[in-house]
Each structure stands twice: as C-alpha cells, then as structure tokens.
Design a protein around this ligand. Structure first.
Ligand code: FES
Length: 152
C-alpha cells in the first residue's frame, strides 16, 4: 500500500467526524513516525481543505514532525518547575553537545532534540525523556552518560 493509499484509509476511518484533521495527523504520525510532505496534498484533497491549512496545522503543533526522527529522541522539559532548576542551561548544553538546535536532528541522524512542557517529573528537575524513558536531575554530563548507556 502506498503512503497515499494508507492516508486515504486513515481518512476513511475518520470520515464524518468534526475536527478530524488532528486525529488523522496523529494516526499518520504514529504509523510512519513522521508526516511526510507527500501526505499534505492527499489530506487536503480528501478533506476538502487547502494545502496551506493542512501545512499550518502540522507546523503549529510541535507534536508533529515532517521528517523521520533520529535513532535517539531526547526531550528536555522547559516548563516552569524545571526552568527554576536550570532547564535552560541544560537545553543550551544539549544544543552544544549535539551541535543542533531544539527541533533538529543531527546530520548523522543519531539524535533528535525536542522540547516538552512538563514530563510529570517536576520534583526531580531538570527532567528529560530519552527514548521514552524518564530521567530526573539531568545535567550536561548526565545527559551524555544517558545517551552512552542507551547505545551500549
Ligand atoms: S516542569 Fe519539568 S517535569 Fe514538570
């Protein structure tokens, strides 16, 4: 099944629902790991909305990605409790260590760096999630260790 056929099947499952675009995009991202730009015109035609509208929703919600994530995904919490114990320093350190900005993937596709706003680990900030595993009191060296352990 091509991407377009799969997208049409997902749209069919949500046909008639109000506000179907968001659940459809989530389902596509769950299935493919990202939303291929090829999906945009298919969704626009199927839902009878403009490509700009589909594109606008994808870029507005940071949950959606337009390219495949790296082998490891590092999410750093930037919400208030973590900010008060050094989250911004951790973000700056991570950007330096990986040589990318938040929202980017390293050129070798080993790491994607993302921000989140609360991981429910507020008492143990700065909090991070690496490949869906939660960590607390993370600093630069701990982050490097976590990634090394993860790849061991
Ligand atoms: S504020 Fe960072 S985990 Fe809640």
């Amino acid at each position: 099944m091509t991407i377009a056929q799969r997208v049409r099947a997902v749209v069919d499952a949500h046909r008639g629902e109000r506000g179907a675009l968001l659940p459809i995009l989530h389902r596509i991202q769950d299935e493919f790991g990202y939303i291929d730009p090829e999906v945009v015109p298919v969704l626009a035609a199927e839902l009878n909305i403009s490509r700009a509208d589909v594109h606008g929703v994808i870029t507005f919600y940071t949950d959606f990605r337009s390219d495949p994530a790296g082998t490891s995904t590092v999410r750093l919490c930037r919400a208030e409790a973590c900010q008060s114990v050094g989250a911004e320093k951790l973000v700056a350190d991570a950007e330096q260590v990986f040589g990318i900005k938040v929202g980017e993937t390293t050129p070798d596709r080993s790491v994607t760096l993302e921000q989140v706003f609360c991981l429910g680990n507020c008492a143990l900030g700065p909090a991070a999630q690496v490949n869906n595993k939660l960590y607390g009191r993370v600093d630069r060296s701990r982050l490097v260790e976590i990634l090394a352990e993860d790849h061991a």
